[in-house]
Write a protein that binds this ligand. Structure first.
Ligand code: NOJ
Length: 571
């Protein structure tokens, strides 16, 4: 570089830093949780080391080298605390003890230490909107109207017409108190009363307990529901919107951010951790109040792209509509735009959603191509990619014939609602099969042995019928497997300043067949192109000019896109 070019470059950089203070040049300026993906584990379905049919902490410790091979910085564990397991651990009976089904506190300490030895942090799930109805706090609260914890939950003499998220009334009658209590989710998950400062203190203490143990952060469950609206506090009104959904009555209401800033001050501040809130109904334009410099969390799981098939936050499965690609792209682009000065958790799957290949690609798509196409998007959008166990192997939905075979509590609620809305058993089952959370909860597939190596006993949920072809051992030995594609993508993203921090721009947003976007930084540019159809699609003019393909789900290159083809180009 000659002197003139150097001086020009230095002036440009200084000016850019002055005018755009949020722009970060070079991956060294990013935090550890921005530079690498996060791996989500549903412990019950990961690996059973004792033959009881459910996964445990030791199973996770055993597989840390496998997880490390995906190039991740952290593992998010869904709840492992003491629980009656009505909602598989999201009904907590003791916030600071490990459920014996998962192992012991010593097993947890060992997991933290072994993960640390591999430069991986453990991230816990905080479920603070509700507890289990078997939690000591609730047992005390329900015992009378004047015990010390009498107002730790939400009690009313009369109920409203609100429908809970898992179906049925959001209110449950309690004989002892002769009152109703509110439960946004299952009957066995009573909502805590966040207006009471003692409740908040107890929750902060529980979170700090895990920080003292050295955890690397928190995913904060159902956080939009903690603040009940003022109309509720004054009068508990009936829902008038026809859906009667409790979600529409209490989600994301005024004043919630005051509680959350207190949580941040009392727990998050001063620790080298990351926090991600689960926030169904926070809109992209509101993200600035929730994440980043003036927000509360480092990232927020908002639902706009994964719920694009629903008309509102209500998520009634039998009222879903087919996905329109332009709407899916708009949801993603709006979130990218809203977090351009902060950060975004990129995800297509978790333990609550159907498998993404079934969810986002049309019937008839090649499943392996589709899994790789989604992986390309996952690793090239701006933000931290969250990989959900099995997604890296190309898992697909399972299918049970009878509602009795489904374990997921919300599947039962959705089935009953569909039947009461007049659908036949067959029609209701079609929606359960499509959206059930059990699709994501079938056991991890390790090899082609019985139960795919998940357990030597009887698996709590049947292993997917495709396990012999789709498992870790088989995919390890196949250079073209989905697993090895994930590893390549992770290596590519983790070493690229452009893919970590570059600006996002979408091209051809109205196109209903292709998703095309670029990421650019300091004169360097990547382009992602995905064909969401099962047929050949011609490309917009000259889009490849000057571009070099660096990775794709087809090895060779054409001047059009084949069915489900996806690729990353570099300029
Ligand atoms: C969201 C969790 O992801 C889900 O699994 C759970 O059922 C609800 N919150 C209630 O805690």
């Amino acid at each position: 570089m000659n002197r003139r070019t150097f001086i020009k470059g230095a002036i440009a950089l200084t000016a850019a830093t002055y005018f755009y203070p949020n722009i970060v040049f070079g991956a060294e300026n990013f935090k550890w949780w921005q530079k690498k993906p996060v791996y989500q584990i549903y412990p019950k379905s990961f690996l059973d080391t004792t033959g009881k049919g459910t996964g445990d902490l030791r199973g996770i410790t055993q597989k840390l080298d496998y997880i490390k091979s995906l190039g991740v910085s952290a593992i998010w564990l869904t709840p492992i605390y003491v629980s009656p397991m009505v909602d598989n651990g999201y009904d907590i009976a003791d916030y600071t003890a490990i459920d014996p089904r998962f192992g012991t506190m010593e097993d947890f300490d060992e997991l933290i230490a072994e993960a640390k030895a591999r430069d991986i942090k453990i991230v816990m799930d905080l479920v603070f909107n509700h507890t289990s109805d078997k939690h000591a706090w609730f047992l005390e609260s329900k015992s009378s109207r004047n015990n010390p914890k009498a107002d730790w939950y939400i009690w009313r003499d009369e109920k409203t017409n609100w429908r809970g998220i898992f179906g049925g009334s959001a209110w449950q009658w309690c004989e002892e108190r002769q009152q109703y209590y509110l439960h946004t989710f299952a009957t066995q998950q009573p909502d805590l009363n966040w207006e009471n400062p003692d409740v908040r203190r107890a929750l902060y203490d529980a979170a700090n307990f895990w920080l003292d143990k050295g955890v690397g952060g928190f995913r904060v469950d159902a956080i939009v529901y903690i603040k009940k609206p003022k109309t509720f506090v004054d009068g508990t009104p009936d829902a008038l919107d026809g859906t009667c959904a409790v979600h529409n009555m209490i989600a994301n209401t005024d004043g919630i951010l005051d509680f959350l800033h207190e949580l941040k001050r009392e727990v998050f501040d001063g620790h080298d951790i990351f926090t991600v809130g689960e926030a169904n109904s926070v809109k992209p334009e509101e993200l600035k109040y929730w994440v980043g410099k003036d927000g509360v969390f480092n990232m927020l799981f908002e639902f706009s792209h994964v719920n694009v098939m629903f008309n509102n936050g209500d998520e009634v499965w039998h009222r879903s509509k087919p996905i329109k690609l332009s709407e899916l792209k708009k949801a993603l682009s709006d979130s990218q735009a809203a977090t351009k000065d902060s950060w975004y958790p990129i995800y297509f799957e978790n333990h609550d959603k159907p498998r993404s290949v079934n969810n986002f690609f049309p019937h008839g798509s090649d499943k392996i191509l589709a899994a790789k196409a989604l992986a390309i998007i996952l690793f090239t959008l701006r933000g931290t990619p969250f990989i959900y166990q099995g997604e890296e192997l190309g898992f697909t939905n399972t299918q049970f014939d009878s509602i009795d075979d489904y374990d997921d509590i919300s599947s039962h609620g959705a089935y009953n609602l569909a039947r009461s809305d007049g659908l036949s058993d067959k029609e209701a089952m079609r929606f359960v099969q499509k959206f059930s959370r059990d699709n994501a909860r079938t056991p991890m597939q390790w090899n082609s042995d019985k139960n795919s190596g998940f357990t030597t006993g009887k698996a709590w949920l049947p292993v997917h019928k495709d396990f012999a072809a789709c498992n870790v051992e088989v995919e390890e030995h196949d250079a073209n497997s989905v697993l090895n594609f994930y590893r390549k993508l992770s290596t590519l993203r983790n070493s690229s300043d452009v893919l970590i921090g570059g600006d996002y721009a979408e091209l051809y947003p109205k196109n209903e067949e292709l998703y095309i976007f670029t990421r650019s930084l300091g004169g360097k540019k990547f382009m992602t192109i995905v064909n969401f159809t099962t047929h050949k699609v011609n490309l917009p003019d000259k889009i490849f000019d000057g571009a070099k393909k660096i990775l794709g789900n087809y090895a060779d290159e054409k001047n059009y896109l084949r069915a489900t083809e996806a690729a990353i180009y570099e300029f």
